[in-house]
Design a protein around this ligand. Structure first.
Ligand code: FAD
Length: 474
């Protein structure tokens, strides 16, 4: 083994050992493996909560690798020179990685593949981040899907292949190259004092994600279809946090869901349908990358959305102080847990883009800063879906009424009490924890009065949004 040149496995958003095609292929080549993560030009652009969550994931991956006799080498800098330096130091002959589908990663990876091959290094990418790679699903006419339902029908009977087992031991080199120390990167610095509050709400790593999946299948998948919209209930899988960092593969979830369907579990098919929404988002992002940054539909560029991210009404929305209890509860859930219930995401997105008439990009950017399950494609698709500018979107004139939504999906007010402290005699611990998480310079206290009047009243906001829509010139 000592004379065999090593192989680099370049980890990115695939921070797991099970069902890892790149790692499995590298091990099959019978050479020492050097696992590496590079805090590169793509990762440096990520928001505060994603970087905080990344740190936890890297820490766990390093432990998991050590259990297998291996290590995780950490480097910081542009990916290509970092890989070239590592290759020069170790004599590696190949680099394997899992494919990514966002434009920045694609540009980086394409350049690296060409450059390494010119250097005489085998550069091999593998699938693993989605169930079905975007170019493998085509309409009858040969183009990409733009509507979800036919996309679902096209993939529902496809076989993504069996998940690969985690390797036993991972062979390492005799001498390990130098590595940065993870804490030197200070990945949670931008979270400020919120880091230790959000840390109470995370479930990190490969085996924790598998246990989470098993627990969901055993206890919650049956009533999933009916219960998944009830915001106060623990009725969904919570796996988005793990999927986005690649701590579990979508294929492992697909297989578990299929088995649950075979076992006659009621909500299993609906759960798989939701999982496929994530694939659909990446399908759209790969075929029409402007989904991630611009109005997907022509014409919306002229819509009179406000674009000021510091406007007072946007500040109220971010701080959970709009005076609309369901919206405020959800925005606080986001700040404290780093996630938000899907129903609540739709309601806060609708309130921002319609009642407050603010551009969906302001909301998308705030989510990218605060979500630990931040996924560029699902986030952009979700925002554009609600705003009406996206593919297969809810029509703009569909304005969620947060009060009606609360009556339906939080009928006993449990969710709102869980997150709002002001004006209550005995606030819950979760509601109070919000004030420990937020920056001190927001100047908020649980003793404050809850806003007496909403920042924009529901009826007034709805009418203004619909009038703007009627007057649009597209
Ligand atoms: C405005 C907005 C922004 C969003 N931003 C993100 C984001 O940054 N990251 C993210 O992962 N999801 C995002 N979503 C989708 C959805 O809200 C979350 O995936 C879901 O809340 C995750 O909870 P869960 O894992 O318990 O889901 P479950 O109900 O258990 O579903 C299982 C899996 O299916 C996928 N899924 C479910 N619903 C959706 C959906 N509507 N779109 C895409 N995939 C879905 C997720 O991967 C999820 O983990 C957004 C939705 C909206 C409306």
């Amino acid at each position: 083994m000592t004379d065999t040149p090593p192989i680099i496995v370049w980890f990115r958003r695939d921070l797991r050992l099970s069902d890892h095609a790149a790692l499995t292929a590298a091990i099959a080549d019978d050479a020492p493996i050097i696992p590496v993560f590079i805090l590169d030009e793509v990762a440096e652009t990520w928001g505060a909560a994603p970087l905080f969550r990344l740190e936890l994931s890297l820490d766990q991956l390093e432990r998991d690798l050590r259990d297998k006799g291996s290590r995780l080498i950490l480097r910081r800098g542009r990916a290509l020179p970092s890989l070239r330096a590592l290759i020069a130091e170790t004599g590696a002959r190949a680099v394997h990685w899992t494919r990514a589908y966002d434009p920045a990663s694609i540009a980086r990876d394409t350049e690296i593949k060409t450059a390494l091959r010119d250097d005489g290094i085998a550069a091999r990418s593998h699938p693993g981040h989605v169930l079905f790679e975007p170019w493998t699903v085509e309409t009858g006419q040969g183009g990409p899907y733009k509507v979800y339902s036919p996309f679902w029908r096209a993939v529902r009977d496809r076989d993504p292949g069996r998940p690969l087992p985690a390797p036993g031991r991972i062979p390492g080199p005799d001498t390990w190259p130098a590595s940065d120390a993870l804490d030197e990167w200070e990945l949670s610095a931008a979270m400020g004092r919120g880091a230790c509050i959000v840390a109470d709400h995370v479930t990190v790593g490969d085996s924790a994600a598998s246990q989470r999946l098993a627990g969901f299948i055993a206890r919650r998948i049956d009533p999933y279809r009916e219960a998944r919209d009830m915001v106060a209930e623990d009725a969904t899988s919570g796996l988005s946090e793990n999927l986005t960092w690649g701590e579990i593969s979508p294929r492992a979830i697909w297989w578990a869901g299929q088995r649950a369907m075979d076992d006659g579990k009621g909500g299993a098919e609906h759960f798989l349908k939701e999982l496929v929404w994530r694939d659909f988002a990446w399908h759209l992002a790969w075929h029409t990358p402007h989904l991630l940054s611009d109005n997907w539909r022509d014409g919306w560029d002229g819509f009179p959305w406000s674009t000021d991210p510091d406007a007072p009404e946007v500040r109220a929305w971010k701080q959970g102080r709009t005076g609309i209890a369901f919206v405020d509860a959800a925005m606080r859930e986001l700040y404290v847990t780093g996630t938000m219930h899907n129903r609540a995401r739709m309601v806060v997105a609708s309130y921002l883009t319609k009642h407050l008439m603010c551009h969906w990009k302001i909301g998308m950017d705030w989510f990218a800063h605060t979500l630990i399950d931040w996924d560029p494609a699902s986030n952009a698709m979700g925002w554009q879906w609600v705003a009406g500018s996206g593919p297969d979107a809810a029509p703009y004139f569909r304005v969620f009424n947060p009060d009606t939504q609360a009556e339906k999906f939080d009928p006993d007010g449990i969710y709102r009490r869980r997150w709002i402290a002001e004006g209550t005699a005995r606030p819950t611990a979760t509601a109070l924890s919000y004030f420990d998480a937020i920056p001190r310079d927001w100047g908020l206290s649980p003793q404050d009065a809850y806003p007496g009047a909403p920042v924009v009243a529901l009826d007034q906001g709805r009418k203004r949004a619909l009038a703007a829509y009627e007057n649009r010139n597209f």
